[in-house]
Write a protein that binds this ligand. Structure first.
Ligand code: ATP
Ligand code: MG
Length: 587
């Protein structure tokens, strides 16, 4: 696998990166210092995400600056300035209060990336209620499960979603006090109310009540890649991590135009699609539509996007699109590209360099960590295939669990569980209603992530696989990512998903599912060619012994390959929870 480093040339950078001296910054880092850069609520009454992201800018020089530009499906867009966002979120906070929704009570939102979502998000936080996002494409059952498990008191959604999915559920949700409809001008009944009417009646003046940094702010369900989604609880204090990752990882500067392509249905869409860019007072682009190569290149060009945060699946889809398409657009404003959510194949990093003119910076984190924990930084050389180095302030290690309370810390180049020393501000505070599962994530002071990785002698971390996906074959431990990345180097391969298939003699055999690039036709010759390619590159112990062509890999709505589903289907086993599987219901 080609993992030759990509060197950074600081002199050629038009914008000086925020994090220039990694070691020195790590050595001098303290979360207390980060906290001092946030303003906190007036009169020292605490820390509230909405104040840091919106109000402090709206009350200052950035009042008229566009905070969020929502691009609609019809080519029109809505600008939410910091001032307008303050007014709208104040109204939402006031109306929650009038409806009797208290601190800590859950406000769910089932909507696409539309302008109404953002005042709901910040207004909920201002009332110290708890925001919980849902993917708009979820079907009724996943919606019901989450509303019930999360003790929803309010659901904000559209009339269409309501009629199609929610109305039949209401009887089963006695705790749900109100449904607020974004696009209905009149109330349906006492329980189902018009949001525009309530907003018009509400005052635009609101004083955020004293907020303890440990007050619950957001409830986020995990992606469900490995099983039933868990409800991770986050608190207002997380804003410290959001702020510092915005500076050090995303490298935000005041004039940036930032675009995070993630949906708020998963954590990247809230932490980085909503909160972080606003903390830094920049303009954030939100696109209502889903991936489309042409549209995305046009957005990069027309919006003059400077910093872009996307995911490996989207990048692999762009890699499949014809090069001529890319060449029709001027994306010269772009200076930094980041990726998260899945391992980023080295091939994709190089593709970025060649086709976008910029290498792609991978970073790693989870719903549970609340913010980016390991990253490739603007000023630091990239080792393609590596997730990068820990965020200043984060202590990471490769460990082996010894017992419930103890780990053994491994040295460089040894595979083990990726662990983080507890105590960073955005760490999840619980899995809702599942204390036992939460407790199992920890061994003493270490949070065990459930991912396997290695660290090299320069401190770069390399993802091996999720603990659940690791393949044990003839005495070897094989991470699917390594095999998938190798196969992606073959010119015919667009995407690969690799699993272990039980086999009595050697434990498991490696099986690959391949999606071909446009213009390639599946056939026996190509299959044998790919098996041979794998064997030459990886050696016969690790190379796939079975290989099958497939039109699409099963993915979560956040774009992660669901290897457990490939495996269940291969073995004829039950598929388990498929609520986050892409391609089911639509809004
Ligand atoms: P569930 O926990 O419900 O199975 P999930 O783990 O996919 O779902 P998320 O919290 O959205 O839910 O995803 C975090 C996981 O995504 C990480 O634990 C890791 O396995 C994977 N991941 C995220 N970023 C990267 C990355 N840069 N490289 C490799 N893997 C990544
Ligand atoms: Mg997980």
């Amino acid at each position: 696998m080609n993992t030759a480093p990509i060197r950074k040339n600081l002199a050629a950078m038009t914008v000086k990166p925020n994090l220039l001296e990694y070691e020195k910054t790590c050595a001098g880092f303290s979360w207390k210092k980060v906290r001092r850069e946030l303003t906190g609520l007036p009169d020292g009454t605490g820390l509230n995400i909405a104040h840091e992201a919106v109000d402090r800018h709206a009350d200052g020089q950035l009042r008229e600056r566009v905070a969020i530009r929502c691009l609609g499906r019809d080519g029109r867009f809505v600008n939410l300035t910091y001032g307008r966002l303050k007014d709208r979120s104040n109204r939402f906070a006031n109306l929650l209060r009038r409806l009797g929704i208290a601190k800590g009570e859950r406000v769910f939102c089932l909507a696409g990336r539309i302008p109404a979502l953002y005042p709901v998000f910040f207004g909920t936080l201002k009332n110290i209620s708890v925001f919980c996002p849902l993917f708009s494409a979820f079907g009724p059952e996943p919606i019901f499960q989450r509303l019930e498990k999360g003790n929803a008191r309010v659901l904000v959604t559209t009339e269409r979603q309501y009629r199609k999915k929610i109305a039949p559920l209401l009887e089963r949700l006695p705790e749900l006090k109100h449904v607020l409809l974004i696009d209905l001008e009149y109330d349906l009944n006492e329980r189902v109310l018009s949001l525009p009417r309530l907003m018009a009646d509400a005052s635009g003046v609101f004083t955020i009540p004293p907020t303890d940094p440990e007050d619950m702010a957001i409830l986020h369900f995990t992606s469900g890649t490995t099983g039933m989604p868990k409800g991770a609880v986050h608190v207002h204090n997380a804003v410290n991590t959001h702020f510092i990752t915005g500076r050090y990882v995303l490298d935000l500067h005041p004039d940036d135009i930032f675009w995070c392509t993630a949906d708020p249905g998963w954590v990247t869409g809230t932490s980085y699609g909503i909160i972080t860019p606003l903390l830094h007072g920049v303009t954030s682009i939100v696109d209502e539509m889903d991936f489309d190569a042409e549209r995305w290149y046009r957005i990069l060009q027309e919006q003059r996007v400077t910093v872009w945060y996307t995911a490996p699946t989207a990048i692999r889809m762009l890699m499949r699109a014809p090069l001529e398409q890319r060449k029709r657009y001027d994306i010269s404003a772009l200076r930094l590209v980041h990726s998260v959510g899945e391992p980023l194949n080295p091939e994709a990093v190089f593709w970025g360099e060649q086709v976008l003119g910029l290498p792609i910076h991978d970073n790693w984190w989870q719903t549970e960590t609340g913010g980016i924990m390991i990253a490739n930084y603007a000023a630091m050389d990239i080792r393609p295939g590596s997730m990068g180095r820990p965020l200043p302030g984060i202590e990471a290690a490769i460990v082996t669990r010894v017992d419930a309370d103890t780990v053994q810390i491994e040295g460089n180049e040894i595979a083990g569980e990726l662990a983080l020393k507890s105590g960073w501000p955005s760490m999840f505070r619980s899995y809702l209603h599942d204390d036992a599962r939460y407790a199992k994530c920890f061994a003493g002071e270490w949070y065990i992530t459930g991912d396997l990785a290695k660290r090299d002698s320069d401190g770069y971390y390399w993802f091996i696989g999720r603990a659940d996906d690791i393949i044990k074959t003839a005495g070897h431990m094989v991470g699917p990512f390594e095999v998938e990345s190798c196969l992606m180097e073959h010119p015919a391969v667009a995407e690969a998903g690799v699993i272990g298939k039980p086999e009595p003699v050697i434990g498991e055999i490696v099986k690959a599912f391949i999606v071909l690039k446009q213009g390639y036709i599946p056939g026996e010759e190509l299959r044998l060619d790919l098996i041979g390619f794998g064997r030459t590159k990886l050696g016969s112990a690790i190379a796939p012994k079975e290989l099958e062509f497939i039109d699409n890999l099963p993915k979560t709505r956040s774009g992660k390959i669901m290897r457990r589903l490939l495996k269940a289907r291969e073995l004829g086993l039950p598929e388990g929870d498929t609520s986050t599987l892409e391609g089911g219901e639509s809004p």
